[in-house]
Ligand binder design. Structure first.
Ligand SMILES: *Cc1c(COP(=O)(O)O)cnc(C)c1O
Length: 360
């Protein structure tokens, strides 16, 4: 069976070339007689793999030496608590913007550790827009300002980087990391669960400005202490070695594709095509205010929900997989991350056009 086009929001499709390379190296990594999975994380071989991955990520994303790059575990969700535990310091509150399900989860977790000031929310709109920053009720005394640049479930994305002044800006980039060029220097901390645009699930990449290290509360679990993880090269305990290795292969692949610049251009084209088709076809709809539509996750509904099952069945028959929307939103969702080729989007549009013609 040939590879399908997999539109899953996460774990998401990986580049075929990366999977093939991993396959060819699976039993015997470069003459060592071992799989990467079987290597000591302290071995020269694995340390070289780990360091190359960090170096390639730094190059790709333009991360300066002012920042530490951490390869942590527990996914993006574990960061919802790790962040307040480490960054609240001697402050009593943090600012959060509420733009959807992932923001809400981050807010709920942060409330366990301090006061959360929700500076703005687009809940009244059904999370179809981003509140204009001029109306945000931010506080100069906040420990940090947290936001979710891309709400993976709602398909809602900021088209600007918030200005947080002297307050460190913290961003959950799980579903948008490496999808286009980004000015890292505007951020205090960026985190990204790997399973969208980076590699296998479980791993979470944290990019933290070094002056924010060393502020963890006394009761912070050691495994969640950024300073400890940084001091130990993300090997305080056994790291997720195979996920780290695969992410490194993805970084190399991204560099071969022309890096984030080329990715950004391709991702913009893919999104424009798909939204353009949805807008031009009465049978499909997307509720998000156009300027805040996500490049990565494209939710859409059919004119008649009763046809959802049939739509999904027909899609599967054509090897267009995982188009069902999140259970909380309904309808469909096509996630079109870096590793989704343009042909995948074309194949989806062809199918959608045909389905609308037959059943619309
Ligand atoms: C997927 C996702 C998460 C959760 O990631 P886990 O690794 O499953 O914890 C958090 N935030 C955003 C924006 C996501 O897309």
């Amino acid at each position: 069976m040939s590879r399908a086009f997999n539109f899953c929001a996460g774990p998401a499709t990986l580049p075929e070339a990366v999977l093939k390379q991993a396959q060819s190296e699976m039993l015997d990594w470069r003459g060592t007689g071992m799989s990467v999975m079987e290597m000591s994380h302290r071995s020269d071989e694995f340390v070289a793999i780990a360091e190359a991955a960090e170096k390639d990520l730094r190059e790709l994303a333009g991360i300066s030496d002012d920042y530490a790059v951490l390869f942590m575990q527990g996914g993006a969700s574990s960061q919802f608590s790790t962040i307040p535990l480490n960054l609240l310091g001697d402050k009593t509150s943090a600012d959060y913007v509420n733009t959807g399900i992932w923001s809400k989860k981050a807010i709920a977790e942060a409330k366990r550790y301090g006061n959360v000031n929700v500076v703005a929310s687009s809940e009244d709109s059904g999370f179809t827009t981003i509140p204009d920053q001029s109306g945000w009720n931010t506080s100069a005394d906040a420990a940090y300002l947290h936001y979710t640049p891309n709400e993976t479930i709602g398909g809602l994305e900021y088209d600007f980087i918030p200005d947080s002044g002297d307050v460190p800006l913290v961003a959950d980039m799980s579903s948008t990391m490496l999808s286009r060029p980004l000015d890292i220097s505007k951020f205090g901390l960026i985190y990204a669960g790997a399973q969208k645009n980076i590699g296998p699930s479980g791993l979470v990449v944290v990019i933290i400005r070094k002056d924010l290290l060393g502020k963890a509360r006394k009761e912070t679990p050691t495994m969640m202490n950024y300073q400890v993880i940084a001091d130990n090269g993300s090997m305080y305990n056994t790291p997720a070695t195979y996920s780290w290795y695969l992410s490194g292969l993805v970084f190399k692949w991204l560099k071969e594709q022309g890096g984030v610049q080329a990715m950004g251009e391709m991702n913009a084209r893919k999104a424009k095509k798909l939204y353009g088709f949805i807008d031009a076809n009465d049978f499909y709809a997307n509720p998000i205010e156009p300027r805040f539509r996500s490049w990565m996750n494209v939710p859409f509904t059919l004119a008649d929900d009763a046809l959802n099952g049939e739509f999904l069945k027909g899609a599967e028959a054509r090897h267009l997989l995982n188009l069902q929307g999140h259970r909380s939103v309904g309808g469909m969702r096509a996630s079109i991350y870096n590793a989704m080729p343009e042909e995948g989007v074309d194949a989806l549009i062809d199918y959608m056009a045909e389905f609308a013609k037959e059943r619309g």
